[in-house]
Design a protein around this ligand. Structure first.
Ligand code: GTP
Ligand code: MG
Length: 439
């Protein structure tokens, strides 16, 4: 049995979540739902708006770091709850006052309980909405790949009723066309063949679910499902963005700045693409749109710009710094030297930084993107990949090829040009987005 032997349940769960939120927001179509959700503030923004600023410390570990004294600190602590503890029944005025205090204290505790419940209720509901928002972003963004994939596979199912070598040959072609990568496809077909044999599957109409299941067992094999961003324990988190020109580095920085700004983080963007004319003002524009601090300079040494920028970031108490670099790979040695120098400067100013070096890959470039990933991996320590423009390609299978051939986690995917069109990579939503019409 593969990893997602319960793939049907996964799909049902996703559909139920979508239906529930659609009902709650009283919208009919997925398009309306997407619009509605894109305009909804994040959990933190919303709760802060309603209850005044709370130090809720909802961080990226997804856990509720909830503390009682997050609520009504003053009411609880400032009350002088001087209940005497001699244990005797000497009733006098001060005892009566004590009883009043006890009642008061109970009321306060009750109030805290209530607020806590309503807070968690709201937070849970919000989280559900955010989850659904992500699912439908994937749904829309992977539409092209899905349509191509599903229609090819249905045609194949019509053409062949029995599984034979010709069937496998045509299946191989379809998978390679989706840019899953030759090695991955070969490995996958071997597993599929052996599973058909073992489970005695001969009819193609039973195969769709097995195909989905096996494809994703390849992805998740031996790996944890989440690919979180490594945040600094103290001081600023430094995220370096690299990649060849035009892949979407600057746009992705804008989207990430928006995402983290909405979570209440103080963001700074450093424009160290000193090479291409217009690159620095382009990033500055994103800084304005996302309320981020900005530092950048054109036609100078990128390491110097980063040095000055990081000094400011430290002084200003910035939480996350994104550094935009120039995308040039004409000369591997030059690029390697430059990235080495950049890394040295960053490490000197902020120990253990950069905390992430994200390589941006344009999904529409297919196998070329895989070669870029391999080349960059040799040059510098890439900690994650952002796969952009998945909305513009029918080759969404590239996620699997990256996993198989490069073995660097895909951390985010770009699914459109807008500020909200970026999602943390989520294998379940990815499967759903690719195959929901097939199961
Ligand atoms: N459809 C779509 N377009 C995207 C996505 N990400 C970026 N783009 C577009 O890709 C183009 C290039 O994006 P940039 O962010 O300027 O790319 P860059 O890597 O910074 O480019 P250089 O600075 O020239 O190296 C822009 O038109 C973006 O709007 C995406 O996820 N989907
Ligand atoms: Mg750029």
């Amino acid at each position: 049995m593969g990893f997602f032997s319960n793939i049907k349940n996964l799909f049902k769960k996703k559909e139920k979540e979508i239906e529930e939120v659609k009902e709650e927001l009283e919208v009919e179509t997925i398009e309306e739902l997407k619009e509605e959700l894109d305009n909804t503030p994040s959990v933190e923004e919303d709760i802060e708006e309603e209850s005044g600023p709370l130090d809720l410390d909802i961080d990226d570990d997804g856990e509720d770091d909830f503390e009682e004294n997050d609520f009504s600190d003053e009411e609880v602590v400032d009350e002088d709850l001087d209940i005497d503890d001699d244990g005797e029944d000497d009733f006098d005025k001060s005892d009566f006052e004590d009883t009043v205090e006890e009642v008061k204290q109970e009321e306060v505790l009750e109030k805290i309980e209530k607020e806590k419940k309503s807070f968690f209720g709201k937070k849970k509901n919000k989280e559900k909405k955010e989850k659904v928002q992500q699912t439908i972003t994937y749904d829309k963004g992977l539409e092209k790949t899905r349509k191509e994939f599903v229609s090819s596979l249905s045609l194949l199912g019509v053409k062949f009723t029995k599984i034979d070598d010709d069937y496998f040959d045509e299946l191989e072609e379809i998978l390679i066309k989706a840019d899953i990568g030759v090695n991955t496809v070969m490995k996958f077909l071997d597993r599929l063949r052996s599973r058909c044999k073992h489970e005695n599957i001969t009819d193609t109409k039973f195969l769709n679910e097995v195909i989905v299941d096996e494809l994703f067992s390849i992805y998740v094999e031996g790996e944890s499902l989440t690919d979180k961003i490594n945040m600094a324990e103290s001081g600023p988190t430094i995220i370096l963005m690299v990649g060849v020109n035009g892949v979407g580095k600057t746009t992705t920085i804008g989207k990430l700045a928006n995402k983290y700004h909405k979570q209440g983080k103080k963001i700074m963007l450093i424009g160290a693409d000193t090479f291409r004319a217009g690159a620095v003002p382009q990033l500055e524009e994103w800084a304005k749109r996302t309320d981020s601090l900005f530092y950048g300079k054109e036609e100078t040494d990128p390491s110097g710009v980063i040095y000055d920028g990081l000094e400011i970031a430290k002084k200003e108490g910035v939480d996350i710094v994104f550094i935009d670099t120039a995308g040039r790979l004409q000369n591997k040695v030059n690029l390697m030297n430059e990235l080495d120098k950049i890394n040295r400067v960053i490490g000197k100013l902020v120990p253990n930084a950069p905390h992430e070096t994200l390589l941006i890959i344009d999904a529409t470039t297919g196998q070329n993107g895989i070669s870029q990933a391999k080349a960059f991996k040799e040059i510098t320590n890439i900690t994650g990949i952002v796969l952009t423009k998945l909305d513009g390609t029918a080759k969404g299978g590239i996620v699997l090829a990256i996993k198989e051939e490069v073995n660097i986690p895909v951390k985010f995917i770009g699914l459109g040009e807008g500020l909200e069109d970026l999602s943390a990579f989520d294998i379940e939503d990815y499967i759903y987005g690719l195959f929901k019409d097939m199961i």
